[in-house]
Design a protein around this ligand. Structure first.
Ligand code: 5GP
Ligand code: ZN
Length: 123
C-alpha cells in the first residue's frame, strides 16, 4: 500500500471524518453515492485501504481487486440494476485511471452507473 496523502478525500470518508451517503459496506470496501450523479444510480465503491489507481491496487493486492468488483456487483443487485444471476436491465462499471481518463480522486474507485440507457462509446 502506498502512503495515503493526508488530504485524500476517500480516506477521510473511510476514517469517518466526512460522512458520505453510504449504500453498502464490507470490512474492506465502502460504497457511497456520488455527489454529482451522472445517472439515476451512481455509486462509488472504494477499498478502505488507500491505493491510487486500479493498477496499483492490483499489483499490491489482487484479492482486494476481486473484492472491489464483487462489492460493485453487490451494489448493482441492491440497487435493482440487475437481478441475481441476470444481466437486465444492466449497469456499467468505470475505473477512470490517469488524467486523460479524467481521474480526479487519486484513491481507486469503481463507478457503478445505471438506471438509464448508457451510450457507447463514452465521450
Ligand atoms: P473520478 O473523476 O476520479 O473517476 O471520480 C471522482 C468522483 O468523485 C466524481 O464522480 C465526483 O463527482 C465524486 N466526488 C467528488 N467529491 C465528492 C464528495 O465530496 N462526495 C462524494 N460522494 N463524491 C464526490
Ligand atoms: Zn485514500
Amino acid at each position: 500500500m502506498s502512503e495515503p496523502p493526508s488530504d485524500c478525500l476517500f480516506c477521510r470518508m473511510v476514517a469517518g471524518e466526512i460522512a458520505p451517503d453510504v449504500v453498502r459496506e464490507t470490512d474492506r470496501t465502502l460504497a457511497f453515492r456520488d455527489i454529482n450523479p451522472q445517472a439515476p444510480t451512481h455509486v462509488l465503491v472504494v477499498p478502505r485501504e488507500h491505493h491510487a489507481t486500479l493498477g496499483a491496487l492490483t499489483a499490491a493486492d489482487p484479492g482486494l481487486t476481486g473484492e472491489l468488483v464483487a462489492a460493485a456487483h453487490a451494489v448493482a443487485l441492491q440497487e435493482g440494476l440487475v437481478a441475481d444471476g441476470g444481466a437486465e436491465p444492466g449497469y456499467r462499471l468505470v475505473a477512470n485511471t490517469g488524467p486523460q481518463a479524467g481521474q480526479t480522486v487519486h484513491h481507486v474507485h469503481l463507478h457503478v452507473l445505471g438506471g438509464r440507457g448508457l451510450g457507447w462509446p463514452p465521450g
